[in-house]
Structure formats: C-alpha cells, structure tokens
Design a protein around this ligand. Structure first.
Ligand SMILES: *Cc1c(COP(=O)(O)O)cnc(C)c1O
Length: 403
C-alpha cells in the first residue's frame, strides 16, 4: 500500500494467533493416545509427565529453582498470595493500570487492593507507590507489568526493600522479557505467568508460577492440589520442606494437565525467537507512526528493559472526545481494530479501575489523564512486518485527517 493511498482497508484479523506447531500437536496426540492426561498419572514414580517436564524446562528458562504449572494466570496470582501468607482484609498494593484478573485475584484471596498511579510511560509511579506504602502499611506489592512495560526494577526493588515490602510479579505480559539482563519474574518472591491464548505461549488456558523460595513454593504446590504426591514435582523444594507445611495447607485444586503441557513445551523452545519477531513487528509499527505523525506519542522504554510487545500502545493528547470517537470509528472502517483504555464503560477485555465497584477506589487523576487518550493495538504473529507498517501508516493517516 502506498502512503498516499488513504482509502485502503487493512484486512488482517487482530485476534488470529498462529497455529499450534506441528510438533506440539504430535505431542498432544501422543498424550491422548496414552490416556494419561492427569499430571500424576504416570506408569512409574520415576517417570516424568509432560507437566513435570514443562516445569523443569520453564524453571530453567527463568533461571529459577522452582516452577509449578497450574490452571490459569489468575489462579497463579491467587496461589502466590496465599502461599505468601496474605491475611484476610490485608491491603495489597497494585497498579491501577492493569486488567481485571489482577484486582480480582486479590479480592478472591481476601485482600484489599490498593491502587497505585501510572506514569505516562505506562509503568507504576514509584513516588505514589511510596506514598501508598506509608499511608496503608501494606506489606505486599502485586506488580502487574501491564502490556509488557517494565518499570525501573532496580529503583523499585530498592524502594520495596527500604520499606520491607514483598514483591509478587504478574508477568502475564512479560514472558521472555528482561531488565538489565535479568529475566522478568526474578525480582520478587514469586512470579506468575499465563499461557492463555492471547499471551506469549498458547495452551488455551494455563498458568505458571516460579519462585526461589522453599516454603512458599512447597505451599503453592500443595495448595494447587498435589495431594501427597508432591514428590512427583521435579522443579520443587526438597521433601523435608513439605513435611513442615503439608498438613497446614489446604488443597484448592487448580492443576495443569498433560495435554496443555505437551502443547506448551515445543512453544517454549520457540519463545526467544518469537520475542524477536514481536519486536520486529512492534518496531515496524512504531517507525510508521513516528515517520508519519507528530501528534502520536509512544511510551518511552526504560533503556535497560528488553520487552516482548505482543501489542502496542500509543497516545494522542490533542484529541477532544469527539475526535477520539471519530478516530476509533475511522480506524475501524479501514480495518484497524483499536482498543481505547479511556472508555468509561468496560468493553471486551478492557476495563478502567474505576469500574471495579466491588472494591474501594479513590480517584487517581494521573492515571485518568494517561488512560483518557491511550490506545492499544494487538500485534499477533500472523501479521507480517509489512502488515505492521501498514497498520501504523493507516493510523497516522487517520490521526492527521481529524481535528
Ligand atoms: C491474562 C492476564 C492475567 C490472567 O491470566 P489468565 O490466564 O487469563 O487467568 C493476569 N494479568 C494480566 C495483566 C493479564 O493480561
């Protein structure tokens, strides 16, 4: 498409992921032929199930000693907070700019979400975080690396350490990412990942929890529904740790099965390669925006952050409310499906913090200002690099035609 052509429609599908790789399909078929779909259904105690193998491989990938595969990312968040010892009614700090499963997980385990402001670079505001730590006395931050944007993790960890606040990371958008060469998900006591279809590896539903903490991981494994079969977890703490906690820890079933694990293992081996492909697409998109428009602003990445952008965010501050609606509608009419984080009413996957009425929230003017002109576009790997340039060009043409 030439840049002068301001009528052409983009015809790609923004929710179309790549097919499951052939070797993953073959592995899944083998599991089904064997009939042993439950993770503990092995022929001998020494045999490692697909789920156990996935845990070994993901722990190695994350350079963490322990990994537990479970039912979903949201469930992993709940496990992490329960294993950490969250008390009923206890405040939990979290970003205001995140998706609803994050405050939902805090609510599910009896915590009280305390929302923290967002910066214009779409990361947690450290000044406001410090303020809220002092005001609430919270002992835990559940940090959502929303849309893959990494805060200054060194400054964040210093601040938390100074105040004795523990960190659990929601890495649903940072699988494969790192800060200053250190994998995202290794800065806190536990990290939670999702393998749901829209994330970086795809088993439909699924979650992964990693940690280097003996007792927390033993508790998480028993909580996940291990019965007294926890010795079948290879990426787990030594057995005496379980002896200390096993009778004090309830079973809240939420295991992963061998079918999902079989689908994920070959995808994990492609993750770093795919991370690069996502970055190529993101760069093509952002170059097209920057080349064609002066009013579209992309968040500035921390120079030490390596991110895996499976979507792109940008803001257009000059728009009025009318402009905003016209922009979204015109992009849509040219085949470019955008989400707007500023909508007052929740729509599809997107909801603003002030629509989570089951919890207390106070106004967060800085977050409101950031979200009011913030747009979001998925970048599935089924789009070519050229597709991503085209989308960026269409968006800047539409922006320039408005106001
Ligand atoms: C998807 C997602 C989750 C939850 O993952 P599920 O596997 O869908 O439960 C948590 N946090 C964020 C930011 C997410 O996008």
């Amino acid at each position: 498409m030439s840049q002068a052509d301001t009528t052409q429609r983009f015809t790609g599908n923004f929710t179309q992921q790549e097919p499951i790789p052939e070797d993953a399909i073959a592995a899944a078929v083998a599991v089904m032929q064997g009939g042993r779909l439950h993770r503990y259904n092995v022929q001998s105690p020494e045999e490692l199930s697909e789920t156990a193998l996935l845990e070994i491989e993901f722990a190695r990938y994350q350079q963490q000693p322990y990994c537990l595969a479970c039912a979903s990312g949201g469930y992993a968040l709940q496990l992490a907070m329960r294993a950490w010892g969250l008390q009923t009614g206890e405040p939990v700090l979290t970003n205001a700019f995140t998706l609803s499963p994050v405050p939902g997980a805090i609510h599910a385990v009896g915590g009280k979400p305390v929302l923290v402001e967002t910066t214009s670079e779409l990361v947690i505001d450290l000044e406001h975080l410090q303020h809220m730590i002092k005001e609430t006395g919270a002992r835990l931050l559940l940090l959502s690396h929303m849309r893959g944007h990494l805060a200054d993790m060194d400054a964040l960890c210093d601040l938390l350490q100074q105040h004795g606040v523990a960190l659990i990371e929601d890495c649903a958008h940072t699988m494969g990412a790192s800060f200053n060469g250190q994998k995202s998900g290794t800065h806190g006591v536990m990290a939670c990942f999702s393998t749901q279809t829209y994330k970086h590896i795809n088993s439909g539903e699924g979650g992964l929890l990693t940690s280097g903490e003996d007792e927390l991981m033993a508790k998480a494994i028993v909580l996940s529904g291990s019965y007294m079969l926890y010795e079948r977890h290879p990426a787990a703490p030594p057995l005496p740790v379980f002896d200390r906690i096993k009778l004090q820890t309830p079973n809240c079933s939420g295991r992963m099965d061998n079918l999902r694990a079989a689908i994920l293992r070959p995808q994990l081996s492609q993750l770093d390669n795919n991370a690069q492909r996502w970055n190529e697409r993101h760069d093509a998109f952002s170059q097209a925006l920057e080349h064609n428009s002066n009013s579209i602003r992309l968040p500035i990445r921390h120079p030490l952050a390596y991110e895996v952008p499976s979507s792109i965010q940008f803001s257009i501050d000059r728009f009025t409310d009318d402009d905003n609606q016209r922009f979204l509608d015109t992009c849509m009419s040219r085949g470019v499906e955008l989400k707007w984080f500023g909508a007052a009413a929740p729509a599809a996957y997107t909801s603003r913090y002030d629509s989570w009425d089951y919890m207390d929230h106070r106004p967060l003017p800085q977050t409101d200002a950031v979200l009011s002109r913030l747009y979001d576009c998925r970048l599935p790997l089924t789009f070519s690099v050229d597709d991503c340039s085209t989308i960026g060009t269409v968006i800047s043409q539409v922006e320039q035609s408005i106001g």
